[in-house]
Design a protein around this ligand. Structure first.
Ligand code: SAM
Length: 306
C-alpha cells in the first residue's frame, strides 16, 4: 500500500520488474522490495511516499470491485452478531467482489470452512482473484456457481450469511441446512427488504432470537483547536438481521393466526374481553405467537408482534 502525504492510498502488487507510477513520480518496485514495513521512500521527483502492507480493512477499501460490497463498518458487526468463530463451517451467498468473504475467512481461520454460492461467473472470478491476492493460502474456500434460491445442498452448517436481493427466499431452505443453534444472518440495503426478511423469519417456527439493526459510524475531525464530528458521513449502508435456528415452535405463527382470524372475527373477539384466552380456546393452544412473543389481536389489521 502506497500512501501519499495527503493520506491517499493506492494498492500495489510488488514485482521487481515493475515501476510504481503516480502523480508524485516514479519508483521502481525493486527499491521497495526488502524495505521495512512503514518505510518512507522518495520518488524520482523527490516526493515522499509511505509504504505499508495493507490491513484487511485497507485491502477491502482499495481492491477492485465488480459489485457493491459490504464495508468494514458492517463486516465487523456481522462477524460478531453472526458469531463467526475459528473452525466453523459457514455458507455465504452471493460472493460479489469477495469483501465479506475475506472477513469471514479471516475469522474462520485455517480450520474453518467457507462455501460461497454465487450466481454469476464474472463475480465469482473477481472475488476469487481478490481473495487469492490477499490470502493465497485460503484452500478452505469453495465457490459454488449456482442460484441459492433453488436449494442448499449442505447440511449441519454452523452459519449462513447472505448478501443478495431476496434473502427471504432462503429462509425456508436455510433451516434444514443449519445445525440446531446455527445462525442465519442477512444484510439488506433497504427497509422494504428488511421488513420482508424479518417477517419471513418471524413466520417460520424454526427461528428464534430474531433481531434487526443498522450500524452508524461517524468520524471526527480532531485538530489542536477544533474537535467536532466530520461534516460528512456515510449515513446509510444496510441493515443486518440475525436469527437462531431452533427446534420448531408448536404454537401457531403470525401468518397462521392472521389466516385463521378475519378482521371481523378479531373485532368480535376484542369486544369479548380476554382476547388471549379466547384465542387459546379457539385454536386449542396457549396463545403464543411469533417468535415466542404474544400477539396482540386487539390492534386491528396492522398489528405487529410485540
Ligand atoms: C451485493 S453483491 C454481494 C457483495 C459481497 N457480499 C461483498 O461484500 O463483496 C450480491 C451478490 O449476490 C449474487 N446473487 C444474487 N442473487 C443470487 C442468487 N439467487 N444465488 C446466488 N447468488 C446470487 C450476485 O450475483 C452478487 O454477486
Amino acid at each position: 500500500m502506497a500512501i501519499d502525504s495527503r493520506g491517499r492510498e493506492r494498492l500495489i502488487k510488488l514485482d521487481a520488474r515493475q515501476v510504481h507510477q503516480s502523480h508524485l513520480g516514479n519508483m521502481p518496485h525493486s527499491n521497495i522490495i526488502g524495505q521495512e514495513e512503514g518505510c518512507r521512500l522518495k520518488t524520482h521527483s523527490g516526493k515522499e511516499v509511505l509504504f505499508l502492507r495493507p490491513t484487511l480493512f485497507q485491502y477491502i477499501m482499495n481492491m477492485k470491485r465488480s459489485s457493491q460490497i459490504i464495508y468494514p463498518k458492517d463486516i465487523g458487526p456481522i462477524l460478531l452478531h453472526g458469531d463467526i468463530y475459528p473452525g466453523a463451517t459457514v455458507l455465504e451467498s452471493g460472493i460479489g467482489s469477495g469483501a465479506l468473504a475475506l472477513g469471514l475467512l479471516r475469522a474462520l481461520g485455517p480450520t474453518g470452512r467457507l462455501i460461497s454460492y454465487e450466481l454469476r461467473q464474472d463475480l465469482a472470478t473477481r472475488a476469487e482473484r481478490n481473495i487469492r491476492a490477499f490470502m493465497p493460502q485460503a484452500s478452505n474456500h469453495t465457490i459454488k456457481l449456482g442460484d441459492i434460491y433453488e436449494g442448499i445442498q449442505e447440511r449441519e452448517v454452523d452459519r449462513i450469511v447472505l448478501d443478495l436481493p431476496e434473502p427471504w427466499q432462503v429462509v425456508g431452505l436455510a433451516a434444514p441446512a443449519l445445525r440446531m443453534g446455527g445462525i442465519f444472518l442477512a444484510y439488506v440495503p433497504t427497509a422494504l427488504q428488511l421488513h420482508r426478511l424479518h417477517m419471513a423469519l418471524a413466520d417460520d417456527p424454526q427461528y428464534e432470537l430474531i433481531e434487526s439493526f443498522e450500524v452508524l459510524e461517524r468520524t471526527w475531525h480532531i485538530a489542536p483547536t477544533s474537535v467536532r464530528p466530520d461534516h460528512r458521513m456515510v449515513a446509510h449502508t444496510g441493515f443486518i438481521t440475525r436469527a437462531t435456528r431452533c427446534s420448531a415452535r408448536t404454537s401457531r405463527t403470525r401468518a397462521e393466526l392472521l389466516a385463521v382470524f378475519t378482521a371481523t372475527q378479531r373485532e368480535a373477539l376484542k369486544s369479548e374481553g380476554d382476547v388471549e384466552d379466547e384465542v387459546a380456546e379457539v385454536l386449542g393452544m396457549t396463545g403464543m405467537g411469533t417468535g415466542g412473543r404474544m400477539i396482540d389481536l386487539t390492534l386491528g389489521d396492522e398489528e405487529e408482534p410485540r
